[in-house]
Design a protein around this ligand. Structure first.
Ligand code: ZN
Length: 372
């Protein structure tokens, strides 16, 4: 369920738990233009009021950088009830899509004329995708990677035979509201569909994204690039990183550990929920300096983070309201949050009220007794 609220002051936003993935924040251009008025899109000049909306910048994980924007904007619309996919949700979607489209050949491609979703030129993307077989679909960070088979013709294009024969990759980032649906062609195409891949079986793989923060790109893996290197994204993979590598990531860092966990250049795909929940399970306060944590604490944190993420993946993501998997089926809330969004409620371990604060621009929840 989506609810809209008008926030007049930045302090209201801070108190509202802003930064949780249940909310999207839009600049106010005027009080008569609530979202989804196009005028509420940053930089848009088409608002009915004629006011140019200042640019609201977003962190890589999709969190609004509202402190920077607050200086420019007088008020904000807050939309609640739209969760942003985090690593476990992206993994669930990637696995679901893999099971449904692996081995399928992309017979034709339709792409929308909206420019935002396309990091690669749409014509080049359609050309690259058409006629390819989908070999594998998996998650890298918060990206969904489609390994595509090489075409026979690629060899004729000047590839040395000794080189690994690999096709390009199609990279999908769901952003905040992006969805990948595998549908029968007869199923009506939903609004805000930006890509349709028509498959050999007659089904269609559709990318739908109402707010257009999702991104589609081609990652070339052929002879022209570094030995067919696959898409890696930035940062290290939290589920597989070794203890030694995890500890060295944070050495000398003078930022709070929570901010370091959210830094996608260090670890990719860790979002707000899983940062709070893993810090609670490791017994570490979010504000502690990352570089000051002991090896034992960091080892506890790595174990807690992996446990929380794996648990959430097993449960199919911990989405709250309108998260949709590859079949278009609503996900449901499953992961027991011990601190996240539980500000003021008693700690499940010791009964102390959970505290809520804002750290790195994000709502942050912790137990002042259990976390040191
Ligand atoms: Zn406690």
């Amino acid at each position: 369920m989506v609810r809209m609220r008008l926030m007049q002051r930045v302090s209201d936003m801070l108190d509202s738990g802003l930064g949780s993935r249940h909310m999207h924040i839009y600049h106010g251009c005027c009080t008569s233009c609530p979202p989804p008025c196009a005028g509420n899109r940053a930089g848009n000049k088409d608002c009915r009021s004629g006011v140019v909306v200042p640019t609201l910048r977003y962190a890589k994980d999709g969190a609004p950088l509202f402190r920077a924007a607050a200086a420019e904007s007088r008020f904000f619309w807050i939309i609640e009830g739209e969760p942003m996919p985090e690593l476990p949700e992206v993994e669930t979607v990637a696995n679901g899509v893999h099971q449904r489209v692996r081995g399928e050949v992309i017979e034709s491609v339709w792409l929308s004329s909206k420019p935002e979703p396309f990091k690669t030129n749409p014509e080049a993307m359609a050309e690259t995708l058409t006629g390819r077989r989908i070999e594998r679909v998996y998650r890298v960070g918060k990206h969904i990677v489609f390994d595509l088979a090489p075409r026979g013709g690629d060899l004729a294009a000047g590839k040395a035979k000794s080189e690994r024969k690999v096709g390009p990759q199609w990279i999908v980032h769901l952003g905040m509201t992006g969805r990948l649906l595998v549908s029968d062609a007869a199923v009506p195409v939903p609004a805000h569909t930006h890509a349709i891949l028509r498959l050999g079986s007659g089904r269609e793989l559709r990318f739908v994204d109402a707010r257009r923060f999702g991104r589609l790109a081609i990652h070339a893996r052929d002879a022209a690039t570094e030995q067919g290197k696959g898409f890696e994204g930035t940062g290290r993979e939290p589920l597989t990183i070794s203890s030694a590598d995890f500890i060295s990531l944070f050495r000398g860092r003078k930022t709070p550990i929570k901010a370091a966990l959210l830094n996608q250049k260090l670890l990719h795909g860790v979002g707000n929920i899983y940062a709070d929940e893993s810090l609670f399970r490791a017994g570490i306060r979010p504000k502690r300096m990352a570089g000051r944590l002991t090896r034992e604490e960091l080892e506890r944190l790595r174990a807690a983070l992996q446990l929380v993420l794996k648990h959430a993946i097993e449960l199919g993501g911990s989405s709250v309201s309108d998260y949709v998997d590859a079949d278009g089926v609503r996900g449901f809330f499953q992961l027991e949050h011990r601190v996240y969004l539980r500000g003021g409620q008693p700690c499940l371990t010791c009964g102390t009220p959970i505290r809520r604060t804002v750290l790195a621009g994000r709502g942050t929840h912790y137990c002042p007794t259990c976390q040191k």
